[in-house]
Design a protein around this ligand. Structure first.
Ligand SMILES: *Cc1c(COP(=O)(O)O)cnc(C)c1O
Length: 238
């Protein structure tokens, strides 16, 4: 099979498994969105995905995303890009130009920068708060108090170009499924707490990757972020 056929096959399989996991959890398949994580993969893989009717993509690194997603081959394709990796503030300017959503907001200073840059181009942008729930790296809010402070400022209207739309997390990399459940359950409960505390449209739960998306769907995920199962192993040497 060529790359295009392989990727189409992978999309068919993953979509089927998402639908099955949703049904098994008593949920509707269309309530779980697939975000195709194309980091470290070439533009041709993205184009193959678009041919398989995939429009939502996630990228970690702004420069890499910029190079791929501003390519004229993707013009007029309705591609929708989410940034899912930790953002340095000097990358925000480009990030808000290419993305509709930044899923990896992990501190108040980055909210300020997103507001500043998106107001300059008069663009409204969605953000998710990334929450540290047990994964080995240190990304995401580690303090619930800090997270609530950020949410409060958003609810007060301090960042008029920003719409807080969801929460994101990564579960720990472990074979212990109980730990993975605990991580996703924590995020779901946190969303309920935020929904009770603030008048913010926090509806999305972005959780689940190639290795744990079925568990995430059981725990209420509305967006799974899948890379490897769709595009194959990443080649980090490049
Ligand atoms: C790379 C990455 C993914 C996708 O991981 P896979 O295991 O390849 O599916 C999802 N979310 C984030 C934040 C990532 O960095």
């Amino acid at each position: 099979m060529n790359i295009e056929e392989t990727i189409k096959c992978n999309f068919d399989k993953v979509r089927e498994e998402i639908a099955l996991a949703a049904t098994n959890a008593g949920r509707r398949a269309e309530d779980v969105k697939l975000c195709a994580v194309s980091k470290f993969h070439q533009l041709e893989s993205v184009l193959a995905a678009v041919k398989s009717k995939q429009f939502l993509f996630g990228e970690n690194r702004v420069q890499e995303a910029w190079e791929k997603f501003t390519n004229p081959a993707l013009a007029n394709t309705n591609v929708d890009l989410h940034i899912i990796g930790t953002l340095q503030s000097n990358k925000v300017k480009k990030a808000v130009q290419i993305a509709s959503c930044i899923q990896s907001v992990d501190r108040e200073s980055i909210l300020e920068e997103i507001e500043k840059q998106s107001s300059k181009i008069n663009k409204n942008i969605k953000v998710f708060f990334e929450v540290h729930t047990g994964e080995d790296s240190k990304s995401g809010y580690t303090s619930e108090a800090d997270l609530f402070l950020s949410a409060e400022k958003c609810a007060k209207g301090l960042f008029p170009h920003i719409q807080v739309a969801g929460l994101m997390t990564m579960a720990p990399f472990t074979k212990d499924e109980k730990l993975i459940h605990t991580s996703f359950e924590y995020l779901r409960n946190l969303k309920e707490k935020l929904n009770k505390s603030f008048d913010l449209p926090i509806t999305e739960l972005s959780m689940g990757m190639s290795g744990d998306y079925k568990i995430a769907i059981e725990e209420g995920s509305t967006i799974v972020r899948i890379g490897t199962a769709l595009f194959g192993q990443r080649d980090y040497s490049k």
